[in-house]
Design a protein around this ligand. Structure first.
Ligand SMILES: [Zn+2]
Length: 419
């Protein structure tokens, strides 16, 4: 029995032009075919057919930078008892899925609880997105480590750094996250300052490579970015001051190193009228936001691969609103299509999961979203749940609006409602 989504406009996540009158054929959780109606001849009596006239179908969105342990609290002090944290992580994970984010890459969890939550989702006990997990954020001794106790793993010196990597791998991490520079969201943190020494970063990347793990480098300052690139990291997170170093931009292009710019977090704080936000958070974001947008624009124009990461979980940056990052990427100069690719095909590539995820092509996993308006005309469609019709994960409807009239046998047993 095949599921046929027909009569739709297909935006397949490869960057190719949208195809009207397209069909997506799904079987056993995978895509059999996605393309023009004329290329699919085997419509059969027993197939489940959904007529999606006027709708747009895209791959499920992939957010390559989230923090499931945070819920957007104003002061980002999101400490909780482990039991409460497990529920919080699950709830945040489900908000992503119900908003069309079918895959998240968590770059700093809490007391390893996100691994437990992932296991129960994988066992089918709860609904939730696919998770690519880094475990703890590996950092030098600094203010942030006190501020985000359950998220950080402090490691000073080459031996400690290697041990910290081994611990994350032991817990089940898919990749390693390193804080190469200071942070914006740490009160006395200096985002431009380089934290780890070159030999420590080298040791971390070497250790991760032994276990075949990618390394994501939190790096704002140009010196830290350079050191991270020299050591062989796979993604630069934030990259705020990247514009200061054209050679680093060139290196990223030549070696296919991803920039994951995380613009939404700054705009949320700057544009919000929430007075609970500590003044220092607002001031630090104001100081760096234009630089971050400029770095993205220059990197994009130079041909550096870009992936979408919203940093949801940070202050006023709420799970389920991740899609706004795509809009902000467009505002910073990316074409609407390239911003969509950053959140689909490119994001899957940045995770190293592109062989089976991220685009709507034959053989890939059937993770997709259906929206009722053209996101190429206004990227905010991807962040507005009133436009989201339903979310499919692995060929089953994982989220839809209450009272929708979808056939019951394509609904997941733990169906979520889009709210
Ligand atoms: Zn982050």
């Amino acid at each position: 029995m095949n599921i046929l989504l027909r009569n739709l406009t297909l935006i397949d996540g490869t960057g190719g032009p949208p195809q009207m009158d397209a069909i997506v054929a799904i079987r056993d959780g995978k895509i059999l075919y996605a393309g023009s109606e004329s290329g699919w001849s085997s419509v059969r009596e027993e197939d489940i057919t959904l007529d999606l006239e006027g709708k747009f179908v895209l791959p499920g969105l992939i957010d390559a930078h989230v923090h499931l342990a945070g819920s957007g609290e104003a002061d980002s002090q999101f400490e909780a008892e482990d039991e409460a944290m497990a529920l919080k992580i699950l709830s945040n994970a489900q908000k992503n899925l119900a908003a069309g984010i079918t895959t998240v890459r968590d770059l700093g969890g809490w007391n390893e609880i996100e691994f437990v939550v992932r296991e129960s989702i994988q066992r089918g006990e709860f609904a939730g997105p696919r998770m690519c997990l880094a475990g703890r954020f590996i950092s030098i001794t600094e203010a942030g480590a006190e501020y985000y106790k359950g998220m950080y793993r402090v490691a000073d010196g080459v031996d400690e750094v290697r041990k910290a990597v081994r611990e994350q791998v032991m817990h089940g991490a898919d990749l390693i996250k390193i804080g190469v520079t200071g942070a914006v969201l740490v009160e006395h943190g200096e985002p431009g300052a380089t934290h780890f020494n070159q030999e420590e970063i080298h040791a971390l990347v070497e250790e991760a490579r032994k276990f075949n793990r990618h390394v994501a480098a939190h790096a704002h300052g140009a010196d830290g970015i350079r050191k991270a690139l020299r050591a062989g990291v796979h993604t630069i997170e934030h990259g705020t001051f990247l514009y200061q170093d054209p050679a680093a931009i060139q290196f990223m292009k030549e070696h296919g190193i991803y920039l994951i710019p995380t613009l939404k977090v700054g705009w949320d704080v700057i544009l919000s009228e929430n007075l609970d936000i500590p003044a220092w958070i607002r001031e630090k974001n104001k100081a760096t936001q234009n630089e971050a947008a400029r770095s993205l624009k220059l990197a994009y124009e130079a041909g550096v691969p870009i992936a979408m990461g919203s940093d949801v979980g940070t202050p006023l940056n709420f799970h389920g609103e991740n899609g706004l990052e795509i809009y902000w990427m467009g505002q910073a100069g990316m074409s609407a299509m390239d911003a969509i690719v950053a959140a689909t095909g490119n994001a899957a590539h940045a995770l190293g999961w592109d062989a089976w995820l991220g685009t709507l092509e034959a053989g890939k996993v059937a993770d997709l979203i259906v929206v009722d308006s053209n996101p190429l005309e206004d990227l905010r469609v991807l962040a507005d749940k009133t436009h989201l019709q339903f979310v499919m994960k692995q060929g089953q409807v994982a989220a839809c609006h209450a009272g929708g009239d979808l056939p019951s046998h394509i609904l997941a047993k733990d169906l979520l409602f889009i709210q």
